[in-house]
Write a protein that binds this ligand. Sequence first.
Ligand code: ASP
Ligand code: MG
Length: 453
Amino acid sequence: MKTPPIVLKFGGTSVGDAAAIARAARIVVSTENPVVVLSAAAGVTDRLVTLARRAARGRDAEIVEELVERHVALARELGVDPAEIAEPLAELRDCARGIALLVEDSPHARDRLLACGELLMAPLFAAYLRTLGHPAVGCSSAKLGLLTDDRHGRARPQPECFERLAASMAEQKLGCGEAIAVITGFIGTTADGRITTLGRGGSDYSASLVARAIGARELQIWTDVDGIHTADPRLVPDAPRIDHLTFREASELAFSGAKVLHPQTLTPAMEHGIPVAVRDTRHPELPGTSITAELPAGAVASRVRAIAHRTGVRVLTVLSPRMLARHGFLSRIAAEFDRHSLSIDMISTSEVSISLTPDDPDADLGPIIADLEGFAEVQVVEGRAMVSVVGDRLDRDGSVVAEVLAGVAALGAPVQMISYGATRTNLAFLVPEDRVVDVVRALHQLFFAPATP
Ligand code: ASP
Ligand code: MG
């Protein structure tokens, strides 16, 4: 039997220009039995978002032509006949024109347009691999059966997607060591064949879904950083790279704002115990960060493994002294969040109030506030940041909460909504957004500064 495939996912900057594509292709062809999942070229999805907005006002030509030219030039530079991408180029023109003609940016039309970046890149990359002498097929993940629900723009994969993906790949003899499958990230399909997208940055998630569907032996996320760091290097420039993380630690980090991985990415891989590696396309010789169920034997892990943060957090406080002690109050609030399709990040309660943070920083809270006000008083506080201190063995000696809070108190930064989950992998709390840089730096110093001899 052939060794199971490795799924390699390349992000936008890793396929951003001809040189980057050539680098990515070298990594692919030096891998045994690779299956490739790709993002759109860097910046393309952003342009498509702008295009959708403008097209809905009837103006479309400029950005369409810019994107057509960019991809045709890319093809030529790679020695690929632009005819190889004629179909997605036509799709791009048609979608933009369709939106402009109807002067309507419906969620489905928008997803079809946003999908064009990935639909262009996969066949382009596959054609380039063929010019290098490697059989390769560009595939749309929608056509391969990545089934989702119909929440356009943030679609959720359906459980049947695994079987469908596996069956259609087997049928086309992909992932079995023959032609290299080059699959679009980001894109899915509803049961009735409408294109959906998995949310911005969703190609990581697609790659994990594909890895799980085909029982990959590893999922490699190739990106423009050398792995996951102990804090965001933009805030803490000398934060070291972490060699190994457990699935629990890495998913806490991803959900807590670490930008390297799309939050949902690890779940499918984790469910099947597929090891994940975050690797640097410019430095393929480096090991990156490896993520597995357990740390490798002999690895010494500090209590705190990393500090993540996320800005733009809003707190909704629901007050009802009369109602709170009564049964059913919490479920009534939860039901409102459910009805408005909002997920909750953190909750904290007191005798007279419940505070919650919706996890989507861009969601319009107007409608849910209006409904909650039907039975309680609601206050909204904006401009908070969530800081998460993460580590599987955080609580080894029971002192970490005290140390973290003392560290923040020393800065005079007010702390709100402390949450220390049952799994004890993540201690999270809110601070005012304008204090987050200080707080992250101070905590990093506290837990990671080399001990002075
Ligand atoms: N191209 C999509 C985006 O920019 C998906 C991805 O890159 O993961 O959001
Ligand atoms: Mg990404």
